[in-house]
Design a protein around this ligand. Sequence first.
Ligand code: NAD
Ligand code: TDX
Length: 336
Amino acid sequence: MKLLVTGGAGFIGSNFVLYMLQQHPDYEIINVDALTYAGNLENLKSIEQNSKHTFVKADICDAAKMDELIGQGVDVVVNFAAESHVDRSILEPDVFVKTNVLGTQVLLDAAKKHNITKFVQVSTDEVYGTLGETGLFTEETPLTPNSPYSASKAGGDLLVRAYHETFGLPVNITRCSNNYGPYQFPEKLIPLIISKALNDQPLPIYGDGLNIRDWLYVEDHCSAIDLVIHEGVNGEVYNIGGNNERTNIHIVRTILEQLDKPESLITYVQDRLGHDRRYGIDPTKITNELGWKPKHNFETGIRETISWYLDNKEWWTRIQSGEYEQYYAKQYGERL
Ligand code: NAD
Ligand code: TDX
């Protein structure tokens, strides 16, 4: 099987590429990533010599390039490439619309032209908006995105759905809850808090710290997508989540405790605009219909993740100092 994975130098995409090469050593992966600020080839260092993996620096909005790459006998497209940070989308929404909406449509066109056998759109629970104190998101929950980020992801999802209805393209949309684990860019809550706490810096908590997110270890997200590629019924949406709802302040206190850092670092700051109060995924469909089960519980997953950031301090300090960009130049020279 030949896969085109987009956004494979980012957090989840790189974990997915590593996971797939381990699970399916005979599969070929073309990894397309524009290497925005969030793309980091260091995440893929361990597979630099793997002949089944080819990295291509390209933008998913580049129609000619996507046509050329998907035309190379690609069977499956998995679209991770996105602008992914809610706070950035509040400051600068235009690039979110470009990549998350237009980029998805460009990929869909190329996929349609070359008769791929599966197009998986990696989406998010944020397209469902926010929950009150009770209830969970199911696949039938109406899309009511509240941020420019989630609105752009919902736009991409609707195009994927439309290409299935109009052209019969074999698609699936997955909507996962918040991921955590190795290689997550240190702008997102968990790696941000770990890195700041280790540097004894103030930890910014938006609002009252009682917003709730539903956390899933990244490898469990990868195993769900692997399953959807192989078993997903065309045209269907699958929610992915492990029933691990936690308040933000609970996450921060857990990290401080493990790092043996004082709670005095906690600093309440102005709330995020349009801040969704609570996310919670109902994973019944993927569990019952495809037999998916997460392997990691939150307590062990967060412990392993904190250890990973402790063991890989160089990885995130290089990002914070901008040095990781020099790595590209050194490693790949003029080619990238
Ligand atoms: P990320 O920001 O870490 O990675 C995104 C990757 O996409 C980067 O490598 C970046 O260089 C690349 N990219 C951005 N624009 C591109 C373009 N125009 N062309 C090609 N590549 C481009 O994001 P992530 O957290 O790994 O998220 C991956 C996907 O999963 C996204 O689609 C996101 O919406 C979705 N998702 C994320 C989470 C989460 O908790 N992080 C949860 C559910 C769904
Ligand atoms: O400094 C912070 N302080 C804070 O209180 C940051 C960065 C975040 N927060 C809060 C906001 C959220 O309630 O923590 C929570 C998690 O924030 P993020 O890590 O920015 O994630 P979130 O906004 O929930 O979105 C994430 O999950 C769904 C990913 O970034 C998305 O790409 C994914 O779709």
